[in-house]
Design a protein around this ligand. Sequence first.
Ligand code: FAD
Length: 556
Amino acid sequence: MKTKKVIVIGGVAGGAGAAARARRLSEASEIILLDRNPYISFANCGLPYHIGGTISKRDQLMVTTPEAMAQRYRIDVRTSSEAIAIDREAREVEIKNLETGEIYRESYDAVILSPGAIPMRPPIDGIENQRILSLRNLDDMDQIIAAVGGNQTAAVVGGGYIGLEMAEALRTRNIQTTLIECAPQVMGTADPEMATPLHHELIRNGVDLRLKETITAFEPIDNGLRLRFESGKTLDVGIVILAIGVRPETTLAVQAGLQLGPRGGIQIDNAMQTSDPSIYAVGDAAEINNFSTGQPALIPLAGPAGRQGRIAADQIFGRDSRYVGTQGTAICKVFDLAIGMTGLNEKTARRENILYEKIYVHMPSHASYYPGATSLSLKLLFDPNSGKVLGAQAVGANGVDKRMDVLAVAVRAGLTVYDLEEMELSYAPPFGSAKDPVNYAGFVAGNVLRKDMRICHTADLDFLAPDQVILDVRSAKEIATGTPAGSVHIPLEQIRERLSELDQEKEYLIVCRVGRRAYLCCRILEQKGFRARNLTGGYITYMHVKGLDAKKCPKH
Ligand code: FAD
């Protein structure tokens, strides 16, 4: 194999992996790894957990050291070294040694850009205040830890996964914490009803959650900051953690005249090649293809960055690996809950005019008779014609990761809901159920597609047609704590005896706690000549859609 001189710019998730892969493919090549930080390969994803104290030692965040990387892989690791320009004509990278100030050039055969992303700082009055911090690297983390030491109150701005993890970390340190989000929900990559349990979990854990609040100014006050909101309200805090998202770090790419994509990331093809065939880009800075929509997208996640780094190295050394796209499989811990998602969500499906149907199931995380089972809520999006699994989201205290990973594979492999019905998944009472929530989601969606059960959604209950009636089949005890407005009540156990109370001219929208009793009721009614539809996910999903705390929904 031809030896090459490869310069990798950025030595963390995408870059370190790319450099290691390059070495494994070519023992004789010259590989230089540059990072402007004094370290490489640290665990970005672990930073909030060191701030909160779960990861007790700072050293645990160092995945590898420059010395270890140099020794094991014979890579020329240069820390505190910033690539300041790429001269594409001369095929040279201009590098600044940030310790000595020296500027020099290195020639290259190929460059892999993995410069990551930069936390967004919108042009709000007072945004430059020293008390407004963001979290991207170890230095940021150290600054936050130092600031937290002297302050008892904090505001986290932004309810994405970093904001949520930071809110938890600050509460773990007993800091009075306000979480501010301008959208009506946290975790914008999930659909709103799936975020509802997170809202209640945050509040239960003492976070002052402020949704639909937009900050208009930060004003310095004695020992802190005053936040002014569009609503006219104000909030005084010691420090602010800004976590409103990131933008791709494209400074070098722009300087080098590389093509950017419509979303502002570095444009690449499925070989991770930029508009210059000798330069590859991976990770948060690269504009990838959204696997679900086929559209250009920025989906900054660690897993994709690592896999893209491998592909870039493969390509440089003659292997034709290709990147299919990012489907956005992610998971986030929010106190005792986890939320996970993969593939298409409903917001995106609507925006992109993608045809879909959705169902919800709520099940125990493992056999309910075995101690410790908790409720797991699962939403499945599928193609109403082919049954192809388009995407899924889950929220619960346990077992979210397992279901999301199975469904991520289903999305990637193009499986259908019929495949989910047939899936053989690991089971013993401490771990799952003989019919896993994934199987169950398949059964429910399969019932819909086979027309064994017609379903409806909360929005249908809110806008009833004149011939529709909501029929709640839960017990009187359950209904006492809440039922959709205007519903009539007949417990499932009495339905066969009380059919004469129903009207053949009406269509009944059947509600129970999770949709299982309503399914049986639909089957009874349909076979007796009535029209019936099951509220998928039942009253639990109804509560999630309405923003209510479903933990207050009594058990059957
Ligand atoms: P990075 O890992 O950010 O590496 C870029 C490096 O390039 C940086 O060290 C930077 O200093 C260096 N650099 C930039 N420009 C230059 C230059 N010109 N010269 C030299 N060096 C340069 N993802 C998940 O999937 N799950 C999680 O749980 C998760 N949690 C996260 C928590 C936090 C707090 C953060 C900040 C991120 C988290 N992520 C998570 C995202 C994940 O860390 C990123 O998607 C991933 O690190 C991107 O890899 P990258 O190589 O593109 O960029």
